[in-house]
Design a binder for this molecule. Structure first.
Ligand SMILES: [Zn+2]
Length: 453
């Protein structure tokens, strides 16, 4: 509630009377006149004539319009103390404005300001619970009608920024637990509608918290390295309801797709694709991956460091890796690979034949590397990763607290994207699934870390 309260207090302070306190002496004189004229109206009532009061209190020509305006403002304030205006009160105000000789344009400006002030107070009270019920909406509409407005027009004229801030604050309240229940969403939409904020403005207002919510749901869903059908449905619905940015939506869809193929591969289901024409495959050989590759090998020779670089096409099959470049081609049987290790530069391969060096795949690095490693493991019957490991499961409560602790940002670099729940001490090395051993890392930092462990 913190954010909402601050905002509401701020709204409650209202539109302050604009006083130019340049001349304190004049200010005191005008205040005196204002009080005397007000008392005079109270005394003579319908018989009040401003001209008579001006003479009686010796109000100068320069002070006269200012006094008239102040008196009128006092009437307005008193009339609106109950946050509503009856027809009778409106009539009286109209009469007073006429008596005081205030120009029509000024009168309507002051009337609007007073109505806006009342509107602001009702709005602040209504939004204490982050929603607007029908009674509150009715009250707001009544006030708006007093200056010939509707609630949406009032919001757009006087409260555009406040409206957006309120919507954002309401949304943040609803989603602070990392999910958005159907009822919460319904209430939120109702409030948005009562305020007459159009959908595009609403989406703009909640842009940041909506992204944070989706990042949170995504990281939660991926914490078991799988995305269930239900989780995918929730994410799809959040995307279609909350996001108007296609780039962000496709980033999320890519993440979902990636998590799914990774889960498939982890379960031993390597994709099987058509081999590219360039690759001369043996009968019965299955192609798992084909795409561009960059190969780098650095060697310390007696004459100094020698670096070999090659760009070409990679084909990964069930038995081997094939690299075809214009001036050079080679292949490595999975069985000839002595060791492999992930580094920020790519997959480092040690082979007892050709092909020792570092490989990176510009089109789909993660996928190619994962497929190759699994294929190597299979060919050598040393697959280490098998499906979901329940001992790594981090409970929803822990995930929620960890997310809060890091404010939805990477513990290392502060990034807000590609977030993953990470075991500080890996489970394989005895690390637990409790708060103190779980942190939030972005993929980049997580990769860097696994390289160092
Ligand atoms: Zn990071």
């Amino acid at each position: 509630m913190k954010a909402a309260k601050g905002l509401i207090n701020w709204i409650k302070t209202g539109i302050n009377e604009v006083t130019s306190a340049i001349d304190a002496e004049r200010e005191a004189r005008i205040n005196g006149h204002t009080a005397r004229v007000e008392a005079e109206v109270g005394r003579v009532k319908q018989g009040f004539v401003f001209e008579d009061a001006v003479k009686k209190f010796e109000i100068s020509t320069g002070d006269r319009p200012v006094v008239a305006e102040r008196v009128y403002r006092r009437f307005l304030a008193r009339t609106w103390t109950d946050l509503s205006l009856t027809d009778r009160e409106a009539e009286l105000l109209n009469w007073a404005a006429g008596c005081l000789g205030i120009p029509a344009g000024k009168v309507s400006q002051l009337n609007q300001e007073a109505a806006a002030d009342a509107f602001r107070q009702v709005l602040a009270a209504a939004l204490v619970d982050n929603q607007i019920n029908d009674t509150e909406a009715g009250h707001l509409a009544q006030i708006a009608a007093r200056c010939g407005c509707t609630v949406p027009t009032m919001m757009a004229t006087f409260f555009q920024q406040e409206g957006e801030a309120l919507i954002r604050s309401a949304f943040t309240q609803y989603t602070s637990d990392g999910k958005l229940e159907r009822d919460e969403w319904k209430q939120f939409l109702q409030t948005v509608e009562q305020l007459g904020v159009p959908r595009d403005k609403m989406l703009h207002a909640i842009r940041l918290p909506a992204r944070q919510l989706i990042e949170h749901v995504l990281a939660d869903a991926r914490s078991d390295d799988e995305i269930s059908e239900r989780e995918e449905k929730v994410l799809a619905s959040l995307l279609s309801n909350l996001i108007d940015d296609t780039a962000f939506a496709s980033y999320v869809r890519d993440q979902i797709a990636e998590t799914k193929w990774k889960a498939d591969i982890a379960k031993g289901r390597l994709p099987s694709i058509d081999a590219p024409l360039e690759a001369a495959l043996r009968a019965g050989e299955i192609t798992h991956y084909a795409g561009p590759v960059r190969y780098v090998r650095t060697r310390e020779l007696s004459g100094g460091t020698k670096t070999e670089e090659l760009d070409g096409l990679a084909v990964i099959t069930d038995t081997r890796f094939i690299l075809s470049a214009t001036d050079k081609s080679f292949q490595i049987s999975h069985r000839k690979i002595l060791g492999h290790k992930l580094s920020p530069a790519g997959l480092e391969i040690r082979s007892d034949g050709k092909g020792t060096g570092t490989y990176s795949f510009p089109a789909d690095h993660d996928k190619a590397v994962t497929i190759w490693r699994v294929a190597i493991g299979r060919a050598n019957q040393t697959i280490v990763e098998t499906g979901t490991n329940n001992t790594r499961h981090i409970s929803r409560e822990v995930r929620q607290r960890v997310w809060q602790r890091y404010g939805g940002r990477c513990a290392e670099c502060g990034a807000g994207e590609y977030l993953e729940f990470d075991h500080i001490v890996p489970v394989a090395k005895g690390g637990s699934n409790s708060d103190s051993n779980v942190q939030l890392l972005c993929r980049k930092c997580n990769l860097k870390k696994s390289d160092n462990i």
